[in-house]
Structure formats: C-alpha cells, structure tokens
Design a protein around this ligand. Sequence first.
Ligand code: ADP
Length: 364
Amino acid sequence: MTHEAGIPLGIRFKLLSDTPQDSAAQVVSDVVIGDYRDLDTLRAFARGCDVITFDHEHVPTEHLRALEADGIPVRPGPDALVHAQDKGVMRARLDAIGVPCPRHRIVSDPQDVAAFAAEGGGGFPVVLKTVRGGYDGKGVWVVDSVEEAAEPFRAGVPVLAEEKVDFVRELAANVVRSPHGQAVAYPVVESRQVNGVCDTVIAPAPDLDPAVGLKAEEMALRIAKELGVVGHLAVELFQTRDGRILVNELAMRPHNSGHWTQDGAITSQFANHVRAVLDLPLGDPRPRAPWTVMVNVLGGDYPDMYAAYLHCMARDPRLKIHMYGKDVKQGRKVGHVNTYGDDLDDVLERARHAAGYLRGTITE
Ligand code: ADP
C-alpha cells in the first residue's frame, strides 16, 4: 500500500522481503529475498537506495545504526524507532517527557509480578508484555495469579508489567512528521479490538470531547517531535472511565488504525509517509466525509473472493476493498474494507456486512 502511494509520484521502491509470497513482494518489481536480521544482507540491499523505510519495526536497532554509519538515510532513524521496537525503552522515555502511561515497571520473575501488583494497591490482574517482538496481542498476557505469571518469562526476554487499565475504549492519534519538522495530525479515531486484534476503526472517534481529541493530537505531535520521528507515527491510547488519555504503544510506520485514510482522508497515511520519508511537503490530513469506517477482513473458510466481490460491490457502491494477496488462514488479517457516509450507524453496518461477507461469516 506504501508502494501504491508512491506510483503516481514516480517513486520507485526496492523491497527486502522474507519470501516471494509476502504481500508487497507480489506487486513491487524490484524485490530482494533475504533476512532483515542479517547485517550483510541489509548492507547489500541498502547499496543504491536513496532512503530506507519500513512496513514493520523488527529490523534490529544495531543493524540500522550500522547502515546510518555507512551513510544511508534510515527513516525513521534507529534512535526514534527503538521506541516502537522496545516497550521498556518506550515507557521510560514517555515517563521522562511527562506523557501519561499506565503504571508500569520491568519485572524479573513471577514473585516480582506479585510485588508489582501489590504496589499499586489493586493486586491482580496485571498485564505482562515481552518488551520486544509482540504484535496483534501476541506477547501480551493478562494474568490473575503468581502461577499464571510464569508463562511470559519462559522466552527468557525482559518482561514489562502494567496495571490493567479500566478503559472505556481505545483510541489512536495518527500523525506524520518530516525531517525538517513539518507535521500533520489526522483526526483521533476509535479502534475496537476483538481477541487482542484490531477489528474496527471509526474516524473520527464518536462522541469524543473536542478538547480531549485536541489534547491527544497535541500529545502525538509532541511525541513525534521529542523522539525525532520521521514518517507516520500511530499513538495507541486508552480512554479511561475518568476521562484520562493514557498511551498504550507506538508504531512508526503506516498502521492499521490509519487504513481508513486511504479512502476517507484527503491524503492517506501511506502517501504522507512517503512524502515525509523523502522530506517533501505533507498533504492535507482532513477527512473527506463525516464518517469513515474500516473493518479488517480476517481469514475464514472462504478462499474464493469473486462471488463475494460481486455481492459486496453491488450492495454498496461506496465500498472500497483492499485485499493483501495472502493465503487465507483462520483469523489472519487478509484485507480490510473502508466505507464512508453521513450516518454512522449506516456506515458501520455497511462496513461490517462487507467484511463479514468477504470472510464468509455473513452469507446474505
Ligand atoms: P501489541 O504489541 O500486540 O499491539 P498491545 O500492547 O497493543 O500489544 O496490547 C494488545 C491489546 O491488549 C491492547 O490493544 C489492549 O486491548 C490490551 N492491553 C494492552 N495493555 C493493556 C493494559 N495495560 N491494560 C488493559 N489492557 C491492555
């Protein structure tokens, strides 16, 4: 989708991909198949690139530092990106710049988790997270006892404990920043998760107090500036019962909470990410319609998309379908749909219907 945004600008991508089946490898013509964890592979790949950017945050920080030392512009750079790679580093930095987060600390073993639970006065449950490598709820455990707290330590990587926030909903503040400091903010969205996986995004977040929305946008812009982010930054937020906004985590790349912008904003997150990475002036982030809803399409029992396309396109001419060319596996994100309009209930119903029909859970 980032490549797609570069096409009308004549910007060519060279792609480092794990396998030829990866979504991007199916559409980018200049593909190198290789392991992003191997420095020699990265160095050989980077030769001849004007600038390097990412669609995931797992390239080792020290390798990115080596590329920078070789004179390759890496955007976002490793000093910023480490805050999206390591939840421990992110929490420490946000504390230092006074951004509100859930109560947290690094814990050493299950007894230490029990001590952390007691320190807050609330006891269990506690949320445990491996500091690196988690995604879509993998690497996150909600534990109710010392016994349950053993599991996250088995991988032998540092574990972060957090209070379990009693949130009313999850929000995301998406901003884009360029190297010379221009920045834009998309309207704050509501992000609904099912089993730890993003399911629905509503833009803008319904019934959000404009003052709270503005505060969240300003917070995201400040984080982008303080951390030196270049490109798209998604700040995942919890809105608590007492009206506070706490940061859950950061992503420094186009993000699922910003997919609605492809069809619902004047400039998409992908187009603005490309512009930022190349230090071009950023595009207008404002919405095109009063409401835009994105629903993820998860893999179901229904690999044949053609009949589903006929039905979905005929039913909703405003529907935009984005499929990723992935093999359909149960529960795997294989695409998303966007639709928009003036009436939120109607837009939500259309988006949910289309995603369910594409998955095969709705049949009429
Ligand atoms: P991932 O790296 O998988 O995206 P997250 O840190 O975003 O991990 O956690 C996944 C989901 O778990 C969140 O979207 C939220 O629903 C829940 N969660 C994470 N941290 C907390 C917390 N401190 N309190 C309550 N729920 C949490």
